[in-house]
Write a protein that binds this ligand. Sequence first.
Ligand code: APR
Length: 239
Amino acid sequence: MSEYQNIVILTGAGLSAESGLSTFRDKDGIWAQYDYRDVATPEGFARNPAKVLKFYNRRRRESSGVKPNAAHIALARLERDYPGNVLIVTQNIDPLHEMAGSKNFIHMHGEIGRKLCAHCGDRFDWGEEELLVESKCEACAKPGGMRPDVVWFGETPYRMDEIYEAFTRCNLFISIGTSGTVYPAAGFCAAARQVGARTVELNLEPSEGASAFHEARHGRATEIVPAYVEDLIPRASKG
Ligand code: APR
């Protein structure tokens, strides 16, 4: 019997940093270059859609050239080799978990590889084309509504019912590469502790919520995540 029957893992921008994608709140992060109210809110999109689309067209280009790093690969190995259930809940909109081979994951903030029509609500894969204000929806054919299928500040993250249901059965919660500043994800450690789960933070430095975790390992994700996974996988399951 594995020690933890149900593992829930929350990941944030710090997991993809060593794949070359910017984080948000580090000193050179995205929110040091842009005001989130202009580019990551419904109000910003209504006010200046061209500015929002320019921001996401750039992030779409940046995400298409990156590769999973050793931390993403270690998490895919954990899902494959660990005798219990492993669910990744990611705040990241990049496709690096799926590229690393993870199968059981939820993109709670949406995906940069998907687009959404604000008029009819239909969603589509977003290829290499640039999203423009005059881009027409493939379903309702209306222009002016195409946007990235990502969750903006003030909008409701995706699949929260499934996420909270997973926490009711959680025995181990691991938070990786997130500053723990944005809800509802920032409240996941408390949700895990409420059901008696063990809580671990793997991060470059102590996050805002560091004191709430039972255990913490600090360092670069490509070093501390593979090491933690190696320690977690029972000897019997090691290939
Ligand atoms: N290895 C491990 N951790 C790292 C690394 C690294 N190489 N580099 C940075 N970190 C850590 C930082 O110390 C920080 O605590 O990753 C965290 C990144 O925090 P944020 O930039 O705030 O990113 P995140 O927590 O994912 O932001 C949450 O905020 O803006 C919204 O929607 C956006 O999903 C995002 C959410």
